[in-house]
Design a protein around this ligand. Structure first.
Ligand SMILES: CC(C)(COP(=O)(O)OP(=O)(O)OC[C@H]1O[C@@H](n2cnc3c(N)ncnc32)[C@H](O)[C@@H]1OP(=O)(O)O)[C@@H](O)C(=O)NCCC(=O)NCCS
Length: 171
């Protein structure tokens, strides 16, 4: 795979089986598959994106993000990259693109929840400038783990464009 084989585009209904498989691989509390259908087909606030590896046959969904755009807020609802494709800048590109597109639609800030022990995701968010706002104790029902609340404000299109382009580092 080279960087030119990676396509970042909006999620479609046909992607959902692969997106759901990626979710199950990535999270101990995956969303039900029908949730993704709702995000793609019905939720007017939803901006779901995927990264597709077109060098695979058939093309493979290797990353996904769902952002909810509500008034001037972009809520990062979920983000995952397949384990075989991590640490290659894909999560960074997905997040930068989704926030940039939300900013173009009027979002001024972004916020999210992340597990307290998920230091990898927190490192990614810190690179974007997300700051910790607080904690939701015992937020996750599978193990009672706390959620860390993080937010990024304002959404700066220049900084997001730089992060989007810097994510394209795959040889
Ligand atoms: C979190 C996740 C989406 C990151 O995706 P990714 O494509 O591997 O991330 P990137 O390669 O774009 O990382 C960009 C930067 O973020 C930071 N980062 C990402 N993952 C990291 C990790 N596991 N440990 C430390 N830093 C990490 C690093 O600074 C990294 O830059 P570097 O590789 O040059 O050091 C991916 O690990 C994942 O899907 N995890 C499981 C699901 C999950 O936790 N989602 C987030 C829920 S809030």
């Amino acid at each position: 795979m080279t960087d030119s084989n990676l396509i970042l585009r909006r999620m479609k209904v046909v992607d959902i089986p692969q997106v759901y498989a990626l979710d199950v691989t990535s999270f101990s509390l995956p969303w039900p598959e029908r949730s993704y259908r709702y995000e793609v087909e019905e939720n007017e606030h939803s901006r779901p994106w995927v990264m597709e590896d077109t060098s695979a046959t058939p093309a493979r969904i290797v990353g996904m993000i769902v952002v909810w755009l509500i008034l001037d807020e972009a809520h990062v609802a979920t983000l995952a990259v397949h384990p075989d494709y991590r640490r290659r800048g894909i999560g960074q590109r997905l997040l930068a693109n989704a926030l940039l597109e939300a900013q173009k639609e009027g979002a001024k800030l972004s916020y999210l929840e992340v597990r307290k022990t998920n230091s990898g995701a927190q490192a990614l968010y810190e690179r974007f400038g997300f700051l910790v706002d607080g904690v939701r104790p015992r937020y996750y029902v599978d193990n009672g783990e706390d959620a860390i609340l993080m937010s990024l404000r304002p959404l700066d299109p220049q900084a997001l464009t730089a992060l989007l382009n810097a994510g394209e580092t795959i040889p």
